[in-house]
Design a binder for this molecule. Sequence first.
Ligand code: NAI
Length: 443
Amino acid sequence: MELHRALTDAGLTTFRLSSDFRTGRTELLLERRWAPDLDFAGYGRAFAVDQVPCVEPRALGDAEARALLATAGAGPALATLEDLVRRGRHEMVVLHVHAGLGMRAALAVHSTVLGRNNGRHALRAGGFRRHEPAEPEGDVLVDALNLGRAMSYKNAAAQIPYGGCKMTVQAGPIALTDDARLGFLAWCIDAGHFMTGPDMGFTPEHADALRARFTRHVLGGSKGALGPTGVPTALGCSLAIAEAARLHWGGAGLAGRRAAVQGLGAVGLPLAKHLRDAGMRLVVADLDAGRLERARAELGAVDVVAPEEILSVECDLLSPCALGGILDEAAIDRLRCSMVYGSANNQLRAVTVEEEIRLARRLAARGILYQPDWTHNTAGVIAGAEEYAHQEDARLDRVLPHLERVCRDGTRALLEEARRTGRTPTELATERIDALLYASTRP
Ligand code: NAI
């Protein structure tokens, strides 16, 4: 039995699991915060974030909540989630279910340490991503948790004062005019105290609609001061790739070499342009024929391979710019490249830092240069933080030096240290962030 179904069957709307990573102790709270037919189109006008109308509110504390889930047959789903939360050292998972809208949102809060006392409504930052309603809840929660954890590391690496989180939304495609669903999504965002932008399954136009009608905590819209975040993200990745190539290959760096780009979306296409402009030959793949056609038109001469072939195609640089979780042991053994750098979040298939390090060592043992995606796909959050702080007065000339410092200079420093110490960039970068997230945490 999935958690959201147990909630709905009991007439409840909200599940919150909090965890203390120092003790492994977890606390569960279940609530009924609205009636199944509540119209969230009125969010922000008819009611504020902490005034959701509810005729018969309910709250079940830890023991009662566990008993309810066990009776409903959702005990195993809860146990699996608690195990993941403890192993990944996550702070909190919140599920909001709106049965009437057929929508459920999962906010995975990994760490708030760096966002505490930052003087803003948003304590943490991370995107919102859509999954189809039919996908198993457990798989979607793993995606949310892994992305939330990566956001803690990414925000710390990007040197912005926010903790890390991610929201997954299970719903069919949401029309830009669908105020009931957009209002519910906006409420979930505001209630989670995070600033966010559209990830896969949502578009910059969704961000525009949410900002115009519901919440200023959504950034990265096409009408925002800095525009969609895909373009700066591609620039940040290209700066890191150029620096890594100089150190790894020496000489002409990228020129004359072959790059394989997986995914030609908001980041993949502009990144492919940067690589082409740096003199690389391109081989690309995308599931979407329309995206391939556009890429052919905008990139000129490119080789195209089937999506299932791109990860093992012979190339110098593999640039994952689609889904995460693509590199497990078997996939690493099949790689025929000498560098892996791309925008995709969570390229390694891991649910803990320890698993990431094991996979990073396997890449290094094969002579493949890799550093965590969150060290260089940071431009989205850097631009987002600028837009959040300055709204319509956000300025690209403040973002660019920040990007150069983090993506280009940070890559150089990390790879030089890796070379000096004989350790993987993943271990070094992770240790640095762990010291910020965990060592300084007071009880
Ligand atoms: P997008 O949705 O615009 O593009 C993704 C593209 O990948 C689509 O064209 C899709 O058809 C393709 N794709 C999906 N599965 C594929 C497969 N198996 N093989 C080949 N192509 C496949 O997404 P976007 O925004 O470009 O993001 C790409 C990655 O970068 C994601 O992992 C995202 O989380 C990450 N990212 C994006 C940022 C942004 O600012 N947009 C910032 C930081 C990370």
